[in-house]
Structure formats: C-alpha cells, structure tokens
Design a protein around this ligand. Structure first.
Ligand code: ASP
Length: 433
C-alpha cells in the first residue's frame, strides 16, 4: 500500500516537475477561487447551521491548520541549511558583505518608498476625515511591541538550538551565515560538513515539493474559512481605509517593483509576475511570509533563475525583515487614526512615520497579524492613541492576506535585482515560459 502510494507520489512529482510546472500554480489558483466561492456561500447561507459549523470550524479549520504546519515545519531547516550552503558557496567573505549591503539598501529603499506612497495616498484620500467613528468604546491593549534596543540585541543568538526551537528567524539567519563562513574558513575539513549540508539541502527542497502538493487544498480551506467568517458587513464601515490600503498595495506591486526590475535589473516584469503567482497565492492564503518562505525560495531559485548563493541569502532575510505591504498598512493606518482623532501630524511628523514604520516593518515577524501589533509602536512614537487600532481590526485579516502577497513580491524582486548585479541571474531560466 505504502509502496503504491509512494510510487504514485513520485510519479505525480515527476509529472509536475518535468511536464508542467504551471500545473501546481493552476491548482493553487483554483483552490483560491473555489475557497472564495464556498466562503461567500457559507457566509450568506451557512451561518448558524450545523453544516456551516461543521465545515468552517471542523473541516476547513483542520485542513488549514495541517497545511500551515506542513509549511512551518520546513522553515527552520530550510533557512539553516540553504543559507549555510549559500554563504559557503560564496567562498569569499567580502562577497557576502557586498551582497548583504546591496540587499539591505534595496530592502530599506523599497520599504521607504512604500510608506511614502501610503502616506501620500492617505493624505489625498483622507479616509479618516468626515465620517463618524465610534472611538469611545475602543480598547486595545498593547501587546509587547519591543523597544528598538531589544530588537537589535535579539538579532544575536546566545543558543542556536533555542533560536531554532523558538523559530526566531533573525537569530537562525545569523547563526547560518556564521556557520557558512566558518565552513569555508575551515578549508578541507569544512568541506565534509558542507557536503552533508548540500545533501540535506537537496532533500529539504524535495520535501518542499512533496508538501506543496497539498497546497491547493490547504489554500482552499484557509480562504473558505476566512471569507465564511468575515462577511461583507465587517468592512462596510471601513471602506475608505480598506480601499486606500488596497490601492497603495496594488500601486506598489504594479509600479514600483516593475520599474525597479526594468531599470536596475534590465529584465521584463512579465515573466516575473507570471512565475510569482504560486507564492503570491500561498502568501495570500496563509497571511504569513514566513510560512510562504519555502515556496518563495523555490520559485526564486528554480523558476526565476536566481543563483542559490544569492537567493538563499536574500529570500529568507526578506521574509524576515522586508515587509513593504505591512509598511503600507502602517503608513495609511497612522494617518487614518490621526485624522479620526483630529491630530495634526505635519511634515516632520510624516518623516518620523517613514522612519518608525520602516523599523516597525523590519521588526514585524512574518506571521499573520503581527504588523498590526507593531503598528502600536509607530502610534506610540507619534503620540497617537493606540486604541485607534481597534478601528481597523475588523478589516485587518483581508488586508493582512493582501499585504503578505506584496511582502513576498518585494523579496523576490530584490533577489532578482541583487542577483543580476552580481551576474548570478540566469536569464534563460528567468525568461523561460
Ligand atoms: N502577515 C504579514 C507577513 O507575514 C506580517 C503582517 O503584516 O502582519 O508578511
């Protein structure tokens, strides 16, 4: 039985891998669309019924959770192994510094552009002006938004196993880079360990592929549940805020990234977006860049042609610190809350928003909803009432899904640009259908 299943599985893997790599993407998109449809139907007619409850809180809940766990299962081993291999593959520590520098500058620049667009749009649209918002009953207790000093200190691991067990990605990244550097420095004796890591890397990448086979069902369950639970009523009051954030997210994805790809990497954005459909759908369904990491990494390296030595560094780092979509939400939300409470921010204030929201998005973990917690840090910094977050919570889940898709798009775009500048972007793979 197990053999038969194993054979069928390897056949289906082979078939998808060799035949049509788009097949999985198509399945994921179908899962996404079907999930939305079922979600709308259940929201309209299934609420309070036995069947509705059974599906939403039973089947979809379990299916979604299993899919999320299967993705998360991969993240720590994947980052550790692929980043250590990638660093060792550079062979020259100065290269690491150069690639790291470029990556950081690009991540920070795209995030600053994202927030500036967000602030500009929020000032122009004025989503918090005019309408009556019931702010009296709002309560939002700040969950531990860490201080800047703690954020910095927390990057450095004191115990690598603890960092891995807790899934503290920045610490795992630092440890993996150090390990990769040390493997190179150790010369001949380091090579044995590197071979073990390289073999593990292959195996884990295969595991990503195996587990991705359940992605269409997983995405279906996650989406159907969210839509069934959050009907149209949730965001009726928040239409203006919701659409401002959505518009800026689309603008950033459809204008900023393509322009950067054209100007800085001299490549067409069309194959880029075509190939990014699968990771974007997974990001949308999971609302977690961390959980999407295996899919993003696979797409960036295997389908966009970014060499392992660059992709294994830029993608995990991006999934951890680069959150343009989150920064956009934080920018619009800050201006929105200031408008609702009638607080004047002023030019210097907007500059502070750009800086703090950039830092807040760096500190945001790639899991659902954390961007909203980090928004508390921005509001506190600006002297705005943190309870204002209560106003936007209703529509946050849908925006979280969309902004996560933008977050991972930014990681992939920067990876291509950095790889191109290092001569490590395989144009044939990038442009292949
Ligand atoms: N869910 C986002 C992500 O994982 C983070 C956030 O904005 O809450 O990228």
């Amino acid at each position: 039985m197990l053999r038969v299943w194993g054979n069928a599985m390897s056949e289906s893997i082979e078939e998808t891998e060799l035949g049509d790599t788009n097949l999985l993407t198509k399945r994921i998109l179908i899962g996404l669309a079907a999930g939305m449809l079922v979600g709308v139907v259940l929201n309209r007619w299934g609420q309070g019924t036995l069947l509705g409850g059974f599906l939403v809180d039973g089947v979809f809940y379990v299916g979604g959770k299993i899919f999320l766990s299967s993705l998360k299962l991969l993240v720590v081993p994947l980052v550790l192994v692929s980043l250590a291999c990638g660093t060792a593959a550079l062979e020259d520590v100065t290269k690491l510094g150069r690639i790291g520098g470029k990556t950081l500058i690009l991540y920070l620049t795209t995030t600053a552009i994202a927030i500036s667009l967000a602030i500009l749009a929020a000032i122009l649209v004025g989503p918090g002006l005019g309408a009556e918002y019931a702010t009296d009953a709002l309560e939002f207790t700040v969950k531990d938004a860490p201080s800047l000093a703690d954020t910095l200190i927390n990057i450095f691991p004191s115990n690598p196993f603890q960092a891995m067990a807790e899934g503290n990605m920045l610490q795992v990244i630092v440890f993996a880079i150090l390990l990769g550097v040390a493997m190179t420095l150790a010369g001949e004796s380091g090579r044995d360990l590197l071979r073990v890591f390289q073999s593990a890397n292959e195996v884990i990448m295969k595991l990503v592929f195996v587990l991705m086979q359940i992605a269409p069902i997983g995405i279906f369950c996650l989406i159907a549940k969210v839509i069934a639970e959050q009907g149209p009523e949730t965001f009726q009051n928040m239409v203006s805020y919701f659409f401002t954030v959505l518009a800026v997210l689309l603008l950033h994805a459809a204008v900023t990234y393509p322009t950067m790809l054209l100007l800085l990497a001299r490549v067409s954005p069309i194959p880029f977006f075509r190939k990014l459909r699968a990771p974007m759908s997974v990001a949308f369904g999971t609302a977690s860049s961390g959980a999407t990491l295996p899919v993003t990494l696979r797409t960036v390296e295997d389908r966009l042609g970014v060499h392992d030595s660059v992709g294994s560094f830029t993608v995990p780092l991006g999934a951890t610190i680069n959150m343009d979509g989150t920064a956009i939400m934080q920018g619009v939300a800050t201006v929105f809350i200031a408008q609702v409470y009638g607080v004047e921010i002023g030019p210097a204030g907007y500059l502070t928003v750009v800086v703090t929201a950039t830092l807040a998005s760096i500190g945001t973990a790639g899991v659902p909803g954390v961007g909203t917690i980090m928004l508390a840090m921005v509001l506190q910094q600006m002297g705005l009432p943190v309870e204002g977050i209560g106003l936007i919570l209703g529509v946050d889940r849908l925006l979280d899904m969309t902004r996560t898709a933008v977050n991972i798009t930014g990681d992939a775009a920067v990876s291509c640009i950095v790889a191109r500048s290092e001569g490590k972007l395989d144009l044939e793979t990038f442009n292949a259908p």
